[in-house]
Design a protein around this ligand. Structure first.
Ligand SMILES: [Zn+2]
Length: 342
């Protein structure tokens, strides 16, 4: 009997040491199988119970139970410690430094011409205008005939205009949108139509066969040249600041009468003359005029009741002046080094 007692005591000591030395879940499971498993050390000792007397069995049974409980408790405690240590280790290993600067994704930009278009839209929305779009492949009738630009006018020559066929061209100006609007809408009308236009031209620093214009049209009762002047003055001051002045020079366009070219006092030198305005003090900005009665008549609008004004401005010119860009081709080459500056 004392032999079994000793074996149990030795088992308890040995198990306690091994469990205390275990550093992971796997070795603790191995220790459990080794001491408490079906083929483990405790089971092997208890097999010898048969050699004991009837009085001795309960006593040794109680000692064996205490040894089992002791080993189970030691396993359970050590498992908690090992798991806690493993958690601490993984927190340490997987630590993130949230103060490290992130990797910024490159952001897209508006194209400088789109910035100008958005500015124009905002200015004219504020004055009660609506924005109207129209086709770039357009009928000769809308681009030339109905705008009083009759057969024989130099602008109609194939040396100036891209023809798709005899009756269809790539529009040379956004004025065709005016015609479409006047055919569909009764006055009062107040629209702008920004868009792409095409002319046969060699590409160089100031010319491109495709460029952008914004056309404006107002038709209503008692609309006069004074309204045109007031509108353009408001427009230019919003674009270039309150100190700019406008100068109207007589001109000729087939679709307006009277017609005027409009110059802006140089916003760099205030009109004194500088390299930007080539010493002139003035910058050519746009063409404008009072809508020709024939154009109104062509669209079924009575010129005795209604009058109107129209103007057209080049968007590249506004962008080149605003951003000091000296080559128009930069707007179309899509060089990111250029575009990312806006
Ligand atoms: Zn100047």
């Amino acid at each position: 009997m004392s032999n079994i007692r000793e074996k149990l005591a030795a088992l308890k000591t040995s198990a306690t040491d091994i469990i205390a030395a275990a550093t992971d879940v796997k070795s603790l499971e191995e220790a459990r199988l080794r001491f408490l498993g079906k083929k483990g050390a405790l089971t092997a000792i208890l097999k010898q119970m048969g050699t004991l007397s009837a009085e001795e069995r309960p006593q040794i049974g109680a000692v064996a139970n205490r040894a089992r409980e002791h080993i189970e408790a030691a396993l359970s405690d050590r498992l908690k410690d090992v798991k806690a240590a493993a958690l601490q280790q993984s927190l340490k290993d997987e630590r993130l430094d949230v103060t490290l600067p992130g990797k910024a994704l490159p952001q897209g930009h508006f194209h400088p011409l789109n910035i100008v278009v958005e500015d124009l839209k905002e200015i004219f929305h504020g004055m009660g205008y609506t924005v109207v779009d129209g086709p770039e492949v357009e009928c000769v009738k809308y681009v030339f005939d109905m705008l009083n630009t009759h057969e024989g006018h130099p602008a109609r020559e194939p040396s100036d205009t891209f023809y798709i066929d005899d009756d269809t061209v790539l529009r040379t100006q956004t004025s065709s949108v005016q015609i479409r609007t006047m055919l569909e809408t009764k006055p009062p009308i107040a629209i702008i139509s920004p868009g792409r236009v095409y002319r046969v031209d060699e590409s160089d620093a100031t010319h491109s066969p495709v460029f952008h214009q914004c056309e404006g049209l107002v038709v209503g009762e008692d609309i006069t040249f004074a309204d045109l002047k007031g509108t353009l003055e408001t427009f230019m001051k919003k674009l270039y600041g309150d100190s700019v002045r406008l100068r109207f020079r007589p001109h000729h366009f087939p679709y307006t009468e009277p017609s005027a070219e409009v110059d802006l006092s140089c916003f760099k030198c205030g009109g004194e003359g500088c390299s930007f305005c080539k010493g002139e003090g003035w910058l050519e900005m746009l063409g404008s005029g009072v809508v020709h009665p024939d154009v109104l008549r062509n669209c079924g609008i009575d010129p005795n009741k209604y009058t109107g004004f129209a103007f057209g401005i080049g968007l590249e010119r506004i962008a080149m002046m605003r951003y000091a860009v000296d080559d128009i081709r930069l707007f179309y080459e899509n060089d990111v080094r250029f575009l990312s500056q806006f």
